[in-house]
Design a protein around this ligand. Structure first.
Ligand code: WTA
Length: 643
C-alpha cells in the first residue's frame, strides 16, 4: 500500500496555480539563475525600498546567509496595510473558541486598527526596534495582534507555547533578555483553564529584564496585577490611535526568535529575519496550498510553534487570506470537533498533524461523516512522518478521495515548507513528502558526508540556501555553525534521516539525533534528562523515544536512583509530575523504568542506541555490546522493561 501512487486529477491540474509543466519551468528557472528567480518572486510582499541584491550566502567558514539584503520593509505592512484598499472589509481572522458557542470574525481593517493601537501602546512603554518581546498567549486573536504589533515597531517577538511551564518560560525570557511580556489572565483548552498569568508571575521572579507586562482579559479569571509592571491590554490600548507609523526594517533585521529543541543543551533561539522569511511564507503558503482569493484556510497548529507563525499568521495574511484560528482541541466537546468547525466556517483548506489524524481514526468514520465537508479542497499534514494508513484514512474519510494531501516536510529552522507535493503538479504517495519545492536542493549523505545518488537512504541535508532559512541562533552564532553546518561541511544538516525512492521521492524516516517528536512536538531528550536529574532522588537518567500508536513517539525514561532511595510507585508518579512541572505537560514521560545501571562505554558515554532498541522491544539485534563497561546491565534492563 505504501507504494500506491495517486495521480494528480486532470480537473485539479487544470485549475491549479501550478501544474507539472509550470513546476518544471520554475525548477529550471531557479536552477539557471536563482537571483533572477527570486527577484521575480520578491514582489509578493510590500517593500519600502526594493532590494537590488538578492542572494548572498556562504555555508562555509562563519556561515553567512543574506537575502534581499539592501531591501527595506515592515512585515506588518505586507500583512495589513496593503490589503486595506482592496480587502479592508474581508475577514482576515476567523476565531473559533474552545467553547463551540463562541467565535469571532476580524476584518483586515479591524485587525490593522487593533495592531496599530497595541503598537502605539508598546512604543509608549518604551519598546524600540530590536527589543525582544515575549508572547505567552493562548490561541486568541490577541496572539496575532501581538505578533504584528511587534513587527510594526520593529521589536523581535519570541513566542512561548502556552503549555510550557514557568521554568521553561523564564529560561526563554532570560536567554533573549525580553523587556516586555504579553500574556493573558488564563487560556482555555478542552474545557479546562490554563493559568497563564499565574505561570508568568512565577517565571518573572527570575526575569529581571522584564519591565512591563501586558495582560489580555480572556476568561476573566482572577489574577494578581503588580503595580507599575502589569497593565491590562484594554486599558493600555484604550486611548491609542488606530494608525501607527511602521518602523522601517532592513530585510535582514530580525522578525522573531523561536526556541526549539536540539540534541544537546538548552533550547536554542532560532532567529528569522524579515525579507526572506516573508517571501518564503507567502510563496509556500500560496503554492503548496494552491490558495485562491476568498478561500477559508485553517491550520490547526498553535502560534507557539513555527507552523502557527508561518501558516496561521504571516503566510496567510501576507497573501490576503482568511485564516482560521482555533483555541480548542480536536477531542472536545467531542471527537468530531474539527469537522464541525469545517462545516460551520466552510473551510476550504485544512492543515493538521498526523497525531491528530491517528487519534481521530481510532473512533471510526461516523464522527467525520456526520458533518458536511464538501467545501474542503486541499488537506495538509505537518510535524512528523504520516504513516500510510493514517494518510489513506485522511484521504478517503476526511477528503472523500477528492482532496489532494500535501504532506509538508519542514522545520522551525527552515521557516517554511521545503519538501511537499504541489497539489496540481505532483502525484502523491501515501507517507511520502514527495519532492522539494522549486529552489530547494535536498540531498542524502552517508555518515562521512558523501552525497549518495539514486534510490537510497541517508542523512537529509540541504545543499543551498532558500530565502526562509534561519540566519543564526540568537546570541550564539558559533553554535549555529556548529549545530547545522559542521557535521557535513558546507551543507545544512536537518537532523533527519530520509529514504529516496526510484522516482526521486523523499520519505522522511525521523530524527537521527537525540531529538524526539512527541505528538508533533519537538523535544530534546537532554532537556527531559536534565529535568529528571534535578529531582533530589535521581542520580542519573537517560531518555529515548519509543514507538507510540497515536503520538508517533512517546517518552521513555531510564532512571537510576540515588543510593538508598527505594523505587516505588508513588515515586514514579512524583517523577512524572516533576517533569510536567519543570518543562510542561507535553514532556510527560510515558514510561519510567528503574535502571540500577545504564549501558555505558568504558569512557562513560551512555549507549543510547541500545536504550532505544530496548524501549522499542527490538532486543533481537542489539548489535555489538562488547565495548560496554558492564554488559550485564543490558539483560537486566531487557528483563525489567516497562509496558
Ligand atoms: C519532523 C515543524 C516527516 C522532522 C514544522 C523535522 C516531519 C521536525 C514532517 C521539525 C513531515 C516535520 N514528515 N517529518 N511532513 N514535518 N517533521 O521544528 O523530524 O517543530 O525535523 O517544525 O519535525 O519540527 P519543528
Amino acid at each position: 500500500m505504501a507504494d500506491d501512487i495517486i495521480a494528480v486529477k486532470p480537473e485539479i491540474a487544470a485549475t491549479a496555480r501550478i501544474d507539472a509543466a509550470k513546476r518544471a519551468a520554475m525548477v529550471a528557472a531557479e536552477a539557471q539563475d536563482a537571483n533572477a528567480f527570486w527577484r521575480g518572486e520578491m514582489g509578493r510582499i510590500a517593500w519600502m525600498k526594493e532590494p537590488t541584491k538578492i542572494k548572498a550566502v556562504d555555508f562555509t567558514g562563519d556561515v553567512s546567509i543574506k537575502w534581499f539584503a539592501d531591501g527595506e520593509l515592515n512585515a506588518s505592512v505586507s500583512c495589513l496595510d496593503r490589503h486595506l484598499a482592496k480587502r479592508g472589509d474581508q475577514v482576515a481572522i476567523i476565531w473559533e473558541g474552545d467553547d463551540p458557542n463562541s467565535d469571532a470574525k476580524v476584518t483586515y481593517r479591524e485587525l490593522h486598527a487593533r495592531v496599530c493601537k497595541l503598537a502605539n501602546a508598546m512604543r509608549r512603554l518604551g519598546v524600540k526596534k530590536g527589543d525582544r518581546v515575549c508572547i505567552y498567549l493562548p490561541m486568541i486573536v490577541e496572539a496575532a495582534v501581538a505578533m504584528l504589533a511587534c513587527a510594526r515597531v520593529g521589536a523581535i517577538h519570541s513566542i512561548v507555547f502556552g503549555g510550557f511551564s514557568p521554568d521553561s518560560l523564564a529560561s526563554r525570557i532570560q536567554d533573549s533578555e525580553c523587556s516586555l511580556l504579553i500574556t493573558a489572565d488564563e487560556g482555555r483548552r478542552g474545557g479546562r483553564k490554563v493559568p497563564l498569568k499565574a505561570n508568568a508571575d512565577e517565571a518573572l521572579l527570575t526575569c529581571p529584564s522584564i519591565r512591563n507586562v501586558i495582560v489580555a482579559k480572556n476568561t476573566g479569571g482572577a489574577v494578581e496585577m503588580m503595580k507599575g509592571r502589569d497593565h491590562w491590554w484594554d486599558a493600555i490600548t484604550e486611548g491609542e490611535g488606530t494608525t501607527c507609523e511602521p518602523e522601517k526594517m532592513n530585510a535582514e533585521d530580525p522578525l522573531f526568535i523561536l526556541y526549539t529543541s536540539g540534541s544537546t543543551g538548552k533550547p536554542k533561539g532560532v532567529l528569522h529575519t524579515t525579507g526572506g522569511y516573508m517571501v518564503w511564507a507567502s510563496f509556500t503558503h500560496e503554492n503548496v496550498f494552491d490558495y485562491r482569493d476568498g478561500e477559508i484556510y485553517w491550520c490547526t497548529a498553535d502560534v507557539g510553534w513555527v507552523t502557527g507563525h508561518t501558516y496561521i499568521v504571516y503566510g496567510p495574511l501576507a497573501n490576503g487570506a482568511t485564516t482560521l484560528m482555533f483555541e480548542g482541541v480536536p477531542s472536545w466537546p467531542d471527537n468530531s470537533r474539527f469537522w464541525q468547525v469545517c462545516e460551520k466556517h466552510k473551510v476550504n483548506i485544512f492543515y493538521t498533524a498526523p497525531t491528530a489524524i491517528r487519534a481521530l481514526m481510532r473512533d471510526g468514520e461516523a464522527p467525520v461523516k456526520k458533518w458536511d465537508r464538501s467545501t474542503l479542497r486541499i488537506l495538509g499534514s505537518v510535524g512528523e512522518p504520516i504513516n500510510p494508513e493514517a494518510w489513506l484514512w485522511y484521504y478517503r474519510v476526511v477528503g472523500d478521495e477528492r482532496c489532494p494531501i500535501v504532506d509538508t516536510w519542514w522545520q522551525t529552522e527552515t521557516g517554511g515548507i521545503l519538501i511537499s507535493p504541489l497539489p496540481g503538479a505532483v502525484a502523491q504517495k501515501p507517507g511520502s513528502a514527495t519532492l522539494p519545492l522549486p529552489g530547494v536542493k535536498p540531498a542524502l549523505v552517508d555518515n562521512e558526508g558523501n552525497i549518495l545518488e539514486g534510490a537510497t537512504e541517508g542523512n537529509l541535508v540541504i545543499l543551498d540556501s532558500w530565502p526562509g532559512q534561519m540566519r543564526t541562533i540568537y546570541g550564539d552564532h558559533a553554535r549555529f555553525g556548529q549545530t547545522y553546518f559542521s557535521t557535513f561541511k558546507g551543507m545544512y544538516f536537518t537532523g533527519d534521516g530520509a529514504r529516496r525512492d526510484a522516482d526521486g521521492y523523499y520519505w522522511i524516516t525521523g530524527r537521527v539525533d537525540d531529538v524526539i517528536n512527541v505528538a508533533g512536538h519537538r523535544m530534546g531528550t537532554a532537556e527531559v534528562e536534565s529535568a529528571l536529574v534535578a529531582h533530589p532522588a535521581v542520580a542519573e537518567a537517560a531518555v529515548v523515544g519509543m514507538p507510540h500508536d497515536i503520538k508517533g513517539q512517546g517518552i521513555y525514561a531510564y532512571v537510576t536512583l540515588k543510593a538508598g532511595v527505594e523505587p516505588t510507585e508513588p515515586l514514579r508518579k512524583e517523577l512524572v509530575a516533576w517533569v510536567r512541572k519543570e518543562i510542561g505537560p507535553i514532556a510527560t514521560p510515558d514510561a519510567i523504568q528503574w535502571a540500577p545501571g545504564l549501558p555505558k562505554t568504558r569512557s562513560g558515554k551512555i549507549m543510547r542506541r541500545i536504550l532505544r532498541k530496548i524501549a522499542a522491544n527490538e532486543t533481537e539485534g542489539l548489535g555489538d555490546t562488547s565495548t560496554l563497561a558492564d554488559p550485564g546491565v543490558v539483560q537486566e534492563l531487557i528483563d525489567n522493561k516497562v509496558g
